[in-house]
Design a protein around this ligand. Structure first.
Ligand SMILES: Nc1nc2c(ncn2[C@@H]2O[C@H](COP(=O)(O)OP(=O)(O)OP(=O)(O)O)[C@@H](O)[C@H]2O)c(=O)[nH]1
Ligand SMILES: C[S@@+](CC[C@H](N)C(=O)[O-])C[C@H]1O[C@@H](n2cnc3c(N)ncnc32)[C@H](O)[C@@H]1O
Ligand code: SF4
Ligand code: SF4
Length: 335
């Protein structure tokens, strides 16, 4: 099954909650996501069983093999271990990963691994405690994320680190992060700051480009490109010349990768979203709860994917001088 631009559906990213214990200023600015902010009501959120069932439908509809659990903060969802174990049982799924801020991992890493989680990507934007406390908007120190990383490694999970780079926020942390993680057996990935949602005040000037990130690292720690692991990998891979450790750079802004984008996103309230920058999703929840059969659900998923023609990042620069379009917030669909 291919979309209108010839792209298959391979990778399902499931957001299990729109809530988070952090308020990263580039994702959920605390002034907007405050005590009056209306998060999704519980009745609208898919149950763990519904999420697992939806995953099964995506396997049947498209043969997806890879699932990434995300949020909001996925570890805030109760009994997530149960969801992982249900997904693990689905024939055809051979890669279960999670993106998390890491702070709640120490108490959960072992049981997640036991349930079938193989990989975690942990977000960390600075090793400077004061700066990190400011960025996450909740005064949470670096050590709680480092504890999360250590607990994941101890539980034998594969670990990657995501660092969003924003000019004026943390570009001076690019090198310290590289130095710190270089020999730790984890892959650090730098992400160009993106214009997801409408609340983070994104400007093109805030973007530190892939080229710039490469040159900052390469000057002190020489690196060279490595071939992608698979077609459509979002990160460009590089390895250090003096050892085999790797870093990645994700360049959605300056070097878009829409032409190989095979990712579908399912929000916690059951909307199928075909692009990170979409204005809205396709409501699968109500269709499911109205009693649609497996066949009807599968037909619907296929219909949505085959009509897909998203390529926002390739067209981004032509959007910036126009009136801003409404986009789903990152905390709804999880990156
Ligand atoms: N524009 C855009 N950005 C994306 C897309 N997918 C991922 N990203 C960005 O890249 C970041 C890292 O993505 P991950 O989920 O860690 O990457 P992944 O490709 O699933 O990781 P691996 O499976 O380990 O290769 C996300 O948090 C987003 O910020 C996409 O389809 N479009
Ligand atoms: C939305 S979070 C959800 C999962 C989890 N709460 C976390 O932070 O890892 C997923 C990823 O998106 C990244 N992200 C959030 N806002 C972004 C933005 N405006 N540009 C680029 N990446 C962003 C985060 O840093 C994180 O790595
Ligand atoms: S990036 Fe992740 S941790 Fe930070 S506010 Fe967004 S959802 Fe929460
Ligand atoms: S902008 Fe949309 S179509 Fe392009 S890579 Fe990202 S999610 Fe895929």
């Amino acid at each position: 099954m291919k979309d209108k631009l010839g792209r298959p559906l391979r990778d399902l990213r499931i957001s299990v909650t729109d809530r988070c214990n952090f308020r990263c200023r580039y994702c959920m600015p605390p002034e907007i996501f405050d005590k009056d902010f209306k998060f999704m009501p519980k009745t609208e959120i898919l149950t763990l069983e519904e999420l697992a069932y939806m995953t099964k439908l995506f396997v049947k509809a498209a043969g997806i093999e890879k699932v990434r659990i995300t949020g909001g903060e996925p570890l805030m969802r109760q009994n997530l271990v149960h969801l992982i174990s249900m997904i693990k049982e689905i024939e055809g799924i051979n890669d279960i990963a999670m993106t998390t801020n890491g702070s709640l991992l120490p108490s959960q890493a072992k049981s997640l691994k036991k349930a079938g989680l193989e990989r975690v990507t942990i977000s960390l934007d600075s090793l400077n405690d004061e700066k990190f406390k400011y960025i996450n908007g909740r005064n949470i120190g670096v050590q709680s994320v480092l504890d999360g990383i250590n607990s994941a490694l101890k539980a034998d999970l594969q670990v990657k680190i995501n660092m969003v780079v924003k000019r004026g926020m943390n570009e001076e942390d690019i090198l310290p992060m590289a130095r710190f993680f270089k020999d730790k057996g984890v892959i650090l990935r730098y992400i160009e700051y993106m214009d997801v949602g409408n609340t983070n005040g994104w400007k093109l000037d805030h973007v530190v480009s892939k080229k710039e990130i490469f040159s900052i690292i390469n000057k002190e720690l020489p690196i060279e490109p490595v071939d992608p692991n698979y077609l459509g990998e979002v990160a460009d891979r590089y390895k250090y010349k003096d050892n085999d450790n790797e870093i990645g750079i994700i360049s959605s802004v300056t070097d878009a990768f829409c032409s190989t984008c095979s990712r579908a996103r399912l929000s916690a309230d059951g909307n199928l979203v075909t692009c990170l920058f979409a204005s809205k999703g396709h409501n699968l929840r109500d269709f499911l709860r109205a009693g649609a059969s497996d066949e009807e659900m599968i037909t619907k998923i296929k219909e949505i994917w085959t009509n897909r023609e998203d390529k926002y990042s390739e067209e981004r620069l032509s959007h910036t001088d126009k009136k801003e379009i409404k986009k789903i917030e990152m905390s709804h669909i999880g990156g």
